[in-house]
Design a protein around this ligand. Structure first.
Ligand code: FE2
Ligand code: FE2
Length: 357
C-alpha cells in the first residue's frame, strides 16, 4: 500500500533535502554514517620463503625478492594505508628465518597486517609468530570496510601427533607434491569466532577476508585447498560485497563463487606452476579459475612480484606488480651455454635453483 504524504511531511522532507544539498561535502560524507566505505589503497606482499641454510646464512635471491617489494612499496605515491604480509615469511619456520624476516620487514614505512602461512607455523605451531609478530585470527575496520584475518592452514590433531619431532612435522608440511601432508582447514573454533565477529557488521558493509590458503578448492595433492572452505563461504554468503585475498599458490589466480571474489597474490620468491599443466588433468580445478598469462610459470624467477589493491566503493581492484625477469632468465641461460629459449623446450635443462644463490 502506498504511504500518503501529508503537506507537513512533504515540507519536512524538503527541508532535510535542501539542508543536505547545501552542506559542505565533508559534512555530507559524515552524515552517511561510518559504514559508508571510502576509497583507499593498500599493498600486499606474500610468500617470501626466507631460507636459512646452515653455514651459508640466507638464500640471497629470496632476501632480494622481499627487499625489492619493500622498496617499491616505500616508493608508492600516494602511500598505501597499510601493507599486508600474506604468509610464508620463513621457509622452515626457524627462529632465525622469522627474525630475519622481521628485520627485513622493518624497512617498510607503513603499518603491517600479518597473515600466517604453513611455513611459519608447523615448526613450533605458531608460538614465535604469536609472541613476536601478530595474532593469527583478528579483524579490523578501515574506512568503512571490515577486514578479517584467518589462520587457514590448521589441520587435524592426529596428523600433528604423527611426527616424532617438530622438524619432521615442518618438513612434511612444507613440500608441494606431498602424499604425507594433510589438508588445511580453518576449523570450527575460528568459524564460530567468524560468525560472532560478523554478527555486528551490516550486510552492506564490504568485507575483505585475508587467509594464506585459498578459501576454495583448487587442487588437493598440492594443498591448494582449504578443507572446510564451504563452511567459511556459508558464513560470508549473506554479505553483499565479499573479497577473499590469499597467498600460498604463488601465482595470479582469480575466481568467483556466488557473492565472493577470490584473488591470489604472487610470491616474492618463486612461482608455482599451474596444477592443470603439471598433472594434465583439466578437471582438477574449478572451471572459472583464471590463470596468469606468463611464458614459463615453471621458471623460478618468472611471475614473481607483489600487489597494489584499490578499494573503490567497497570493491577490490588488484594491480599485480609483476616483475620483469625475462632479461635475467636469458642471461643465466646464456652463461650456462644453453640456447636462450631452451628452458621453454626442455624442463630438464632448467637452471637448478642453487645457481641463483
Ligand atoms: Fe608459499
Ligand atoms: Fe603456503
Amino acid at each position: 500500500m502506498k504511504k500518503r504524504i501529508t503537506r507537513r511531511g512533504f515540507l519536512k522532507r524538503s527541508a532535510v533535502a535542501t539542508a543536505v544539498a547545501t552542506l559542505p561535502l565533508g559534512l555530507i560524507e559524515m552524515s552517511w554514517g561510518k559504514d559508508n566505505p571510502q576509497n583507499f589503497t593498500f599493498a600486499y606482499i606474500s610468500d617470501s620463503h626466507l631460507t636459512h641454510i646452515e653455514g651459508k646464512k640466507f638464500v640471497r635471491n629470496f632476501d632480494k625478492g622481499l627487499k625489492r617489494a619493500i622498496t617499491e612499496c616505500n616508493f608508492m605515491s600516494p602511500k598505501p594505508d597499510f601493507v599486508v604480509f600474506g604468509g610464508d615469511l620463513a621457509q622452515l619456520g626457524k627462529r632465525e628465518e622469522l627474525e630475519h624476516g622481521l628485520d627485513i620487514m622493518s624497512g617498510l614505512r607503513q603499518p603491517i597486517k600479518w597473515v600466517i602461512g604453513e611455513h611459519d607455523y608447523y615448526l613450533d605451531l605458531g608460538n614465535f609468530w604469536q609472541k613476536n609478530i601478530s595474532k593469527t585470527t583478528y579483524s579490523f575496520q578501515h574506512k568503512g570496510v571490515h577486514f578479517v584475518v584467518l589462520n587457514s592452514i590448521l589441520t587435524n590433531s592426529s596428523w600433528i601427533k604423527r611426527w616424532k619431532s617438530p622438524e619432521e612435522r615442518m618438513n612434511n608440511m612444507a613440500r608441494l607434491d606431498n602424499p604425507n601432508g594433510s589438508p588445511f582447514m580453518v576449523g570450527e573454533e575460528q568459524i564460530q569466532w567468524l560468525k560472532k565477529d560478523l554478527a555486528r557488521v551490516s550486510k552492506d558493509t564490504p568485507v575483505v577476508v585475508m587467509s594464506h590458503s585459498p578459501l576454495y578448492k583448487i587442487f588437493k595433492p598440492w594443498n591448494f585447498w582449504t578443507d572446510d572452505a564451504e563452511k567459511v563461504q556459508a558464513v560470508l554468503r549473506p554479505f553483499k560485497k565479499v573479497t577473499v585475498l590469499h597467498g600460498h599458490v604463488h601465482q595470479i589466480l582469480y575466481n568467483q563463487i556466488g557473492n565472493i571474489t577470490f584473488q591470489a597474490m604472487m610470491s616474492t620468491a618463486w612461482p608455482w606452476p599451474y596444477p592443470v599443466s603439471y598433472v594434465q588433468k583439466p578437471n582438477q580445478i574449478p572451471k572459472i579459475t583464471v590463470f596468469m598469462n606468463r611464458a614459463d610459470p615453471f621458471h623460478e624467477r618468472d611471475a614473481t612480484g607483489w600487489s597494489v589493491l584499490n578499494l573503490e566503493n567497497g570493491r577490490v581492484t588488484n594491480h599485480y606488480k609483476l616483475w620483469e625477469n625475462q632479461d635475467r632468465i636469458l642471461k643465466y641461460n646464456e652463461e650456462l651455454g644453453y640456447p636462450v629459449d631452451s628452458i621453454y623446450q626442455d624442463r630438464s635443462k632448467r637452471i637448478p635453483s642453487q645457481e641463483h644463490y
